[in-house]
Design a protein around this ligand. Structure first.
Ligand code: GUN
Length: 301
């Protein structure tokens, strides 16, 4: 039997509707949530992502702004901009699009963003809060989106064997931290595999929930999947395809046609995890705006 598709597009649309309701409530209280995206250079893929983020934030009723800087921008100039945005009360969320030009150190930039405005969840303070289990930080949008996909598709993570393939700071590591936490969408037994893992397939075949976040096209094949497993494909790879007018097609880290025969549920690429990332970014921005009100009322007493 073919696996059921997890419709990330539909689930993301539901979350965006929920966000729009919260935006309206905050706006009525005098706070319009604001997201500022900073793009340095002219990488075409980044330009597309950034445009989608601005469009989605405006569609949710938020204030969305994109600051485009030339590739020649110095690190000092970028840090000065981040500091200005940190101090601007109309900006609740700051996102500096990665990758940055080679002469700018991404970690230095991330550390300059106020943790209270770091809606990407990349700042060490927010990563630390996630690991400890504190809920007043921001969680990286893609792994947070994966948890939403699991919970909203009725996948019980409690006690499940979850295998994460990939150990990036943006997906693999926070993904493992979320799956192991003692909350809804957590309580799993988590294994993290990576490029040095011996016998990858021996691990993936044990997984009740398999998360592929390696960045290698169609690397996880059906024979590496336990029958009935839930498969979440975080991969977004552009590969050559002569049958397409563009000459390319988008594919995941999972070989879909073989995996769909073995899994019980699976995310497609595109239309799975991808749309969730922006939805969770909007949710983080609304949370950032709501917290400014909470802090203001706590200060009044
Ligand atoms: N580049 C690709 N994905 C992301 C993301 O989620 N956040 C940032 N800041 N840059 C990215």
């Amino acid at each position: 039997m073919r696996a059921e598709l997890i419709d990330g597009k539909a689930i993301a649309a539901t979350i965006r509707d929920e966000v729009a309701v919260e935006v309206a409530a905050l706006t009525a209280r005098g706070v319009v949530p604001g997201l500022t995206v900073v793009l340095v250079g002219d990488d075409p893929a980044s330009a597309t992502y950034v445009g989608a983020k601005e469009k989605a934030s405006v569609a949710a009723g938020m204030h969305g702004e994109t600051i485009r800087l030339p590739a020649t921008t110095t690190q000092a100039e970028l840090l000065a901009l981040v500091e200005r945005l940190n101090a601007d009360p109309a900006v609740h969320g700051i996102l500096v699009q990665m990758p940055l030009p080679r002469h700018i150190d991404p970690d230095t930039v991330i550390r300059h963003i106020s943790p209270d405005k770091d809606v990407d969840g990349f700042h060490p303070v927010n990563v630390g809060k996630l690991l400890i289990g504190h809920t007043d930080g921001f969680v990286s949008c893609t792994p947070a989106g994966v948890i939403e996909l699991l919970v909203r598709s009725g996948v019980d993570t409690r006690g499940a064997e979850a295998v994460v393939v990939g150990r990036s700071n943006i997906v693999g590591k926070p993904m493992a931290a979320l799956l192991v936490q003692g909350r809804a969408g957590g309580d799993a037994t988590v294994t993290v595999c990576h490029s040095r893992t011996r016998d990858l397939a021996a691990h993936t075949r044990r997984a009740d929930i398999l998360i592929a976040a390696i960045g290698r096209a169609e690397m996880i094949t059906g024979d590496m999947i336990k029958p009935g497993a839930v498969v979440i494909d975080v991969g977004m790879n552009s590969v050559a395809d002569a049958s397409r007018a563009s000459g390319r097609r988008l594919c995941g880290d999972v070989h879909f046609e073989s995996a769909v025969q073995v899994a019980s549920k699976i995310t497609p690429v595109p239309g799975g995890v991808g749309p969730m990332t922006i939805a969770l970014l909007l949710r983080n921005t609304v949370q950032a705006a709501a917290r400014t009100l909470e802090r203001a009322s706590a200060a009044v007493g």
